[in-house]
Design a protein around this ligand. Structure first.
Ligand SMILES: [Zn+2]
Length: 136
């Protein structure tokens, strides 16, 4: 059994929320030391560090929060994605309501819309969110 260094103990504190296996892999990767899972659990308990796996939002990296099963993100980031989508839709409606078919204002709105749609489609693809058609 190899001795534990401060850096290895710090790795437990740093990555404990990802579980004992992640800590094991990180210590092996960083320091080339292959502690048993049991040894890691023993050390974690000794330094009062938790190895309980916590959910992490892939967008804002908040820990220990509830993940929306559909979006895979926390509630706030899920809502932010909804807002971004509605914002784009709103721009379109405003352009329609203004009754303009062309002109600089229309061009600017259309450009902004395309940008937002691209952003939303990236968000939806990245997080497997439902498309607008699937929501209606
Ligand atoms: Zn989030």
């Amino acid at each position: 059994m190899s001795a534990w260094t401060t850096a290895q103990l710090d790795t437990i504190r740093e990555l404990g929320h990802q579980g004992v296996q992640a800590v094991h892999d990180a210590i092996l990767d960083r320091y080339g030391v292959d502690h048993t899972l049991h040894a890691i659990e023993a050390q974690a308990s000794r330094i009062h560090a938790s190895l309980k796996v916590l959910d992490e939002c892939p967008e804002c990296h908040a820990l220990g929060i509830r993940i929306n099963r559909q979006s895979g993100m926390c509630k706030r980031c899920t809502e932010a994605a909804h807002v971004a989508e509605e914002e784009a839709y709103s721009q379109l409606l405003e352009a329609e309501a203004a009754g303009c078919d062309s002109g600089p204002e229309y061009d600017e709105l259309h450009r902004r819309w395309a940008q937002l749609r691209q952003k939303n489609s990236r968000l939806m693809r990245k997080h497997g969110l439902k498309g607008k058609r699937e929501r209606l």
